[in-house]
Design a protein around this ligand. Structure first.
Ligand code: AMP
Length: 280
């Protein structure tokens, strides 16, 4: 059955209130649409945690900078809703920007810590305050028990986890492993912009991260492993923004041996920027 499409916070609350009254739990899956198997995995994992799943589709203007093209972001609500219907999603929350940011809106959630790790934030300075603000609004609007976020956007996952804890929101953030193509490329709505040749080259990101992780596990220094990954990606034609080994939770530069580490990378292939990360 096709899920109801909800456009306002008031209507969302009205739909979700009876679930709570009946003792049913709920999970929210925030997305910007253009749904692929990675998003659908979050939905499926949502149903393993909760009785009801709400997917939000909102292309958040606050996380785009003036040079990033908000208007060009792929949108296909009809196709997205059909995919969500096939997964049995209970509600789709797809508000207009004016519903989330009504005229006169001046509040923002500003974060330090994982939001200022010198990774994505260095290249997209407005991004995480935009994410934290909209995710806080979505959590408050839905009041769900769980929120499913992909490890694909690992810094974002750490940022929203910290934000929900710091603000004492009732929603628990659950991280879900990255869904990949058969050759290892992390699924992303941006992969559609790759030419045939770039699509083949793109597998090198996951390969170089896997190699770097193996070197570190074998006792190699994180810095020399990430430097080697940057060299090999650059040789293959990528313009690398970063490859870094960081504390897996705080995303700080590791200080002691034995800290849990995460390897994170961002690199351009032509005009497409790809990100990926793996556990060490
Ligand atoms: P987006 O629509 O790109 O903002 O992503 C919405 C959610 O889907 C975020 O929590 C992402 O981390 C997650 N996501 C995107 N791609 C993948 C993937 N390949 N595997 C798992 N989750 C993903």
């Amino acid at each position: 059955m096709a899920p109801k499409i909800i456009r306002t916070v008031a209507a969302l609350r009205k739909e979700m209130a009876p679930w709570r009254a009946e003792g049913l739990t709920s999970a929210i899956v925030p997305t910007m649409g253009a749904l692929h198997e990675g998003h659908l995995r979050l939905v499926r994992e949502g149903f393993t945690k909760a009785d009801r799943v709400v997917t939000t589709i909102f292309v958040n203007p606050k996380q785009f900078s003036a040079t990033e093209d908000l208007g060009k972001y792929p949108r296909d609500e009809e196709a997205d809703v059909a995919k969500l219907a096939a997964e049995g999603v209970n509600l789709v929350f797809a508000p207009d920007p004016g519903e989330i940011y009504p005229s006169g809106f001046v509040t923002a959630v500003h974060m330090e810590g994982p939001a200022k790790a010198g990774l994505e934030d260095k290249f997209r300075p407005h991004f995480f305050d935009g994410v934290a603000t909209v995710v806080a609004k979505l959590f408050i609007a839905a009041g769900a028990d769980y929120a499913m976020f992909g490890e694909k956007d690992y810094q974002q996952l750490q940022v929203v986890t910290r934000m929900a804890r710091d603000l004492g929101l009732a929603t628990e953030v659950i991280g879900i492993p990255t869904e990949r193509e058969a050759d290892g490329l992390a699924m992303s709505s941006r992969n559609r912009y790759l030419s045939k040749q770039e699509r083949q080259q793109a597998t090198a990101i996951h390969k170089s991260l896997t190699q770097a992780a193996a070197k570190i596990r074998a006792g190699g220094k994180p810095q020399s492993a990430t430097r080697a990954a940057i060299r090999s990606l650059t040789t293959l034609g990528f313009k690398v923004d970063y490859v870094a080994a960081r504390n897996a939770e705080t995303l700080a530069v590791p200080k002691t041996a034995g800290e849990p580490l995460r390897l994170l990378a961002a690199a351009w292939l032509g005009t497409t920027r790809l990100i990926d990360n793996i556990a060490v």
